[in-house]
Design a protein around this ligand. Structure first.
Ligand code: ADP
Ligand code: MG
Length: 626
């Protein structure tokens, strides 16, 4: 029989699985059981929505059986089964969850929990088995097929017989070595405790032969052991349980079982609502940003159940975009099973649930911010950008929900602060909330434009995300205080009007600036004496609504038209350089042109903007040295 090869990336994962000395290899059983449970979910759903099929609860379960002597562990289910193609497609290629994680591999750091990183799935069984066979019969077919593999060298598929629909997985458990013992996967006690730990909440019975002891017939004292089939999991789904019965570990295990993420969640929210709408939900706020989170591939959504039956893996309508990082499950008795996805979108109950969920998430984030600031800071590092996008999109209609959740780096506090914290310590003579935009805090700190505001002792918020300024534009004002860029024309600082140094209306300076402007004609809208510079010679500021930072962001977008902010070149007339400039203006027009060019390019460099002709610029710098 022809041996088929695993796809390349699957092969690499397999190698890792086979050779792993991973301490959490127990999870292979969780993975197989969860696949079985998914398969039963699928058949359950089919029977409920297809009138030709009937569902009898009794017929749906998972069985675990071990044969210690032959080192065999069997996991069988009465789920939907797999066809020949499905066996090949699903088990021949690394599982989707696995492949997602695989892409992350390149970022894996030293000492990082490699396997814990992966969605592992079916392949994890190779951590404990050196041969796996999967016999499966899919619903609606008379044929069954057998898939078999020894690991990395590929797999075979052939027809076989199987009485009932479902899947049976046989693991040949590895022999013990000097360092490793695999016996617990063959022993009743070992298997039972792994199931209790990871799969207790599976909603279908996990049946297993267990040994019990009873009084010997006719005897009052003598005991005998006998085998009996028992359901070893509690079967109550975790979201139906009482919060008081559950520990953080239970919630974290469920998060891992569901592959919501490879991290430990920052927070879980357990909701049980009974009233106009009834639903149970467990929601998680992850700790780390999924690697694809800020890409188009990322799909938001919650798992949706109707009275314990899975209707949808990712119901997007349950989450607003700005909370798209939330993972979890919702189960409601108020939803009809037969409902199509299109209709579901307009379902009134679903809308109510979504609204309720939004409020709960917001409340939880408020709490986190108020009571566990460090954790909130971590959360914000991962998902703050999404909140800001949330404000920017929908024309700012969500700003009330989100603005108090924002954090920005503060020039004064040297850490992330809320808008409320900023406003509450504003001195009385401060009119605006000041911000400076740039690539990084370090760069902003060195911007000439911030001098005036910081000398005045005012706090400045640093905007380092592309979206920051756009989001703030949507908020417009927070607690009646407007936002003001330190680069904007008018800073609203009293001193600036009084400052004598800015009296530039003497004819000569005016003429000088006019001439500079002519030389820079299409590049700047104006050249002025600066009110905000103290030690630096030049800077750019902007007239009008569009700031230079915004210009950068907009032009970096695909298909952007060349957008230009109205730039003003500001000259520090108290700087020694100004004397030289003046002197050149009076006596040497060539030099004046040279200086103008250099000053303008310096301003661009400070701003982090590209200079048009770097060669000309460097030549010009050389010219002034000669
Ligand atoms: P995931 O469960 O994340 O999709 P797995 O590697 O665990 O990844 O499984 C791969 C796929 O194989 C599943 O999505 C499913 O389609 C199929 N599969 C695995 N086990 C079973 C099973 N017991 N019954 C039916 N299909 C299964
Ligand atoms: Mg799986």
């Amino acid at each position: 029989m022809e041996k088929k090869q695993f796809k390349t990336e699957s092969k690499r994962i397999l190698d890792m699985m086979v050779n792993s000395i991973y301490t959490h290899r127990d999870i292979f059983l969780r993975e197989l059981i969860s696949n079985s449970s998914d398969a039963i979910d699928k058949i359950y759903y089919k029977t409920l929505t297809d009138e030709t099929l009937t569902f009898d609860k009794e017929n749906y379960y998972i069985t675990i059986a071990s044969d210690k002597e032959n080192r065999i562990l069997k996991i069988s289910d009465t789920g939907i089964g797999m066809s020949e193609d499905e066996l090949s497609d699903n088990l021949g290629v690394i599982a989707k969850s696995g492949s997602l994680a695989f892409k992350k591999e390149n970022e894996i750091k030293d000492g990082y929990d490699i396997i814990g990183q992966f969605g592992v799935g079916f392949y994890s069984a190779f951590m404990v088995a050196d041969n796996i066979t999967v016999i499966s019969k899919v619903l609606g077919s008379d044929e069954a097929h057998k898939w078999e593999s020894n690991g990395a060298d590929g797999y075979t598929i052939e027809p076989c017989t199987k009485d009932s629909v479902g899947t049976e997985i046989t693991l040949k458990i590895k022999e013990n070595t000097e360092d490793e013992n695999f016996d617990e996967y063959l022993e009743e006690h070992g298997i039972k405790s792994i199931i209790k730990k990871y799969s207790d909440f599976i909603r279908y019975p996990i049946k297993m032969e267990v040994s019990e002891s009873r009084l010997k017939e006719g005897s009052e004292t003598e005991h005998e052991d006998f085998m009996v089939e028992k359901t070893v999991n509690s079967m109550v789904p975790i979201w139906r349980k009482n919060k008081s019965e559950l520990t953080d570990e239970d919630y974290n295990n469920f998060y891992a079982e569901k592959h919501y993420g490879f991290d430990k969640p920052t927070k879980h929210i357990h909701i049980s609502v009974d009233g106009a709408i009834s639903y149970n939900a467990i929601l998680y706020i992850p700790e780390k940003t999924p690697y694809d989170f800020y890409t188009k591939e990322y799909e938001k959504g919650l798992e949706l159940y109707s009275s314990g039956v899975l209707i949808m893996n990712k119901c997007a309508d349950l989450l607003p975009d700005y909370f798209s990082f939330v993972k979890g499950i919702v189960d409601s008795e108020d939803l009809s099973l037969n409902i199509s996805r299109e209709v579901l979108q307009h379902d009134r109950q679903l809308k109510l649930i979504a609204k309720n969920i939004k409020t709960k998430i917001k409340g939880e984030l408020d709490n986190l911010l108020k009571n566990e600031r460090e954790k909130y800071d971590e959360f914000y590092k991962s998902f703050g950008r999404q909140l800001k996008y949330g404000i920017y999109s929908d024309f700012g209609s969500n700003k009330e929900v989100l603005q108090d959740l924002l954090l920005f780096y503060s020039s004064k506090e040297k850490k992330m602060v809320t808008l409320d914290e900023y406003v509450s310590r504003m001195p009385e003579d401060q009119k605006y909330i000041y911000y400076a935009a740039g690539e990084s805090n370090e760069r902003i700190e060195k911007l000439p434009q911030i001098e005036m505001v910081s000398d005045k002792g005012f706090e400045i918020l640093y905007f380092t995300d592309d979206v920051d300024e756009f989001a703030i534009r949507m908020i417009m004002a927070y607690k009646e205080k407007e936002f003001k860029s330190v680069s904007s024309g008018e800073l609203g600082i009293e001193a600036e009007e009084k400052e004598d140094a800015t009296k530039t209306d003497d004819k000569e300076s005016k003429e000088l600036f006019e001439n500079m402007k002519k030389l820079l004609s299409d590049k700047v809208k104006d050249v002025r004496a600066s009110k905000r510079l103290k030690n630096y010679p030049v800077c750019l500021s902007n007239d009008g609504d569009l700031t230079i930072e915004m210009e950068k962001v907009l032009n970096a977008m695909p298909n952007s038209e060349n957008i230009k902010a109205d730039k003003v070149l500001e000259i520090n007339i108290n700087h020694d350089m100004f004397k030289a400039l003046k002197e050149s203006f009076e006596n040497d027009k060539d030099k004046f042109g040279l200086y103008t060019n250099i000053l303008y390019n310096q301003a661009l460099l400070i701003e982090g903007l590209p200079i048009n002709d770097p060669v000309e610029f460097t030549n010009n710098v050389c010219k002034i040295m000669i």
